[in-house]
Design a protein around this ligand. Structure first.
Ligand SMILES: [Zn+2]
Length: 127
């Protein structure tokens, strides 16, 4: 799939008070969800990882047994396991805010390596 024109993607109404457009390719799906005030998505789960970007408004969101009220500019600590050494680390909300808003880092960035392995990887690539 190349460029996506959301206005040409068919809209469905998965739950009352919401519309969903879901352009997808072979290995990636993007959902563009619009919700009216008070609309509620029932608890559900996905077999794969999911990320979301809230464009406007405010929403109460539950992941696992944690519930947060999310609005624009809100970041949540993201635990991850380093793909190189297996160490458990956290990409903190403060680090994410700096990465996206100050450093203008790529919006698709995810935390994959711990600080030590990231430095090692960077040194390896500049050799
Ligand atoms: Zn590591």
């Amino acid at each position: 799939m190349g460029f996506v024109d959301l206005s040409k993607i068919p809209t469905i109404t998965p739950i009352p008070g919401s519309t969903l457009r879901t352009p997808f390719g072979q290995n990636l799906m993007l959902s563009y969800l619009e919700m009216e005030d008070g609309a509620e998505v029932p608890l559900h789960h996905h077999p794969h990882e999911q990320r979301g970007i809230l464009l406007e408004g405010k929403v109460q969101h539950t992941i696992g047994d944690e519930t947060h009220v999310v609005e624009r500019g809100y970041y949540l600590d993201q635990p991850f396991t380093c793909v190189d050494c297996g160490k458990d680390e956290v990409w903190t909300a403060t680090q994410q805010k700096w990465w996206y808003e100050v450093a203008k880092g790529d919006v698709f960035t995810t935390a994959r390596r711990c600080r030590i392995c990231r430095r090692r990887d960077r040194e390896r690539r500049t050799e």
